[in-house]
Design a protein around this ligand. Structure first.
Ligand SMILES: Nc1ncnc2c1ncn2[C@@H]1O[C@H](COP(=O)(O)OP(=O)(O)OP(=O)(O)O)[C@@H](O)[C@H]1O
Length: 297
């Protein structure tokens, strides 16, 4: 398979035309059909993500970040509001149209969601399952074009030499790279990324965030990243939205995220604790670098 499909380094064979994501007055109330007495997880949230922009979603636990991401792909049903991806209002789709629309949304998960016993290549090709006829997916016979593209994607995420390895033989960072390649194999128009680095060490986290933001820009995708690590978000994303108790309380550039704004989003106590944790992590990373350098010398 490798000899037939392995490319040189041509440009990507196919990249979907991308669309703007436009969310208007999105609300979600859990637990009550009437919406009157349930838990209000999102309250009238509106924003627009242009093509090629990576947006970091931050906020304290329970602020509604996961709910927002899940409303966009309709894993959670919005209570009200509109979610336009190009001309399509995802919030208004019936189940058949929704299945088709979900192909346009690439998802990247915290725990990678790979099939552990399958190879890297098979995991990437599984991103094509929404496109191939059932009999082909059943026998895992994918068109040559899909296989060639999967090799290109593996090359892009730095895993070309790992195509035939089983997913369970990879490190966390490598698994996340497979998750990224699989999402791209779908030819998405939008990338939704849920805590992509929560299970990774600081250095690998930076590599993964760099890869996601570079790929979003290269492919002109609107990209939303739900991210706990504020300094990591500030380092890599183009724009940040802060949620607090389901409300959008900040929308601006990473530079505009001052201590005062962060205290407003997280509350003084939590933000101070988060900052201390971060400082301790940085000190530990620095110390381990020095130890390694000392050992090498
Ligand atoms: N399935 C559910 N049923 C009822 N309430 C829910 C459900 N999922 C989330 N909630 C509530 O909705 C609110 C927002 O939760 P959500 O998980 O979206 O927050 P989050 O910002 O992603 O938090 P975290 O950072 O801890 O993952 C919380 O009050 C939560 O308890």
């Amino acid at each position: 398979m490798r000899a037939r499909g392995r490319p040189g380094r041509p440009p990507f064979a196919f990249i979907a035309e991308t669309s703007v994501l436009d969310i208007q007055r999105l609300s979600k109330t859990y637990g009550s059909r009437s919406g009157a007495s349930g838990d209000k997880a999102l309250r009238d949230v509106s924003f627009r993500v242009p093509q090629g922009q990576t947006l970091g979603l931050i906020g304290p636990s329970g602020a509604g970040k996961s709910t927002l991401i899940r409303c966009i792909n309709r894993l959670v049903e919005p209570t009200s509001g509109a979610i336009h991806l190009g001309d399509t209002d995802l919030a208004a789709l019936g189940s058949r149209d929704l299945r088709r629309a979900r192909r346009r949304i690439g998802m990247i998960f915290q725990e990678y969601a790979l099939v552990e016993r399958l190879t890297v290549m098979e995991n990437v090709l599984s991103g094509r399952l929404g496109y191939v006829p059932f009999w082909r997916s059943f026998t895992r016979r994918f068109p040559g074009r899909d296989i060639e593209n999967a090799y290109r994607l593996l090359d892009r995420v730095g895993l070309l030499d790992h195509a035939d390895k089983r997913a369970d033989a990879l490190s966390g960072g490598q698994r996340q790279r497979v998750g990224i390649a699989r999402a791209l194999a779908q030819e998405p128009e939008l990338l939704l990324v849920d805590e992509p680095t929560a299970s990774l060490d600081p250095k690998t986290s930076r590599q993964i965030m760099r890869l996601i933001t570079e790929i979003g820009a290269e492919r002109n995708l609107p990209t939303i990243v739900n991210i706990h690590d504020v300094p990591l978000a500030q380092q890599f994303v183009d724009r940040i939205i802060g949620l607090r108790s389901g409300e959008l309380v900040f929308d601006g550039s990473p530079d505009a995220l001052t201590e005062a704004v962060l205290t407003d989003i997280y509350g003084a106590e939590d933000w101070t604790a988060m900052r201390q944790d971060h400082e301790e992590d940085e000190a530990a990373e620095q110390a381990s670098r020095l130890t390694l350098a000392g050992g090498a010398g």
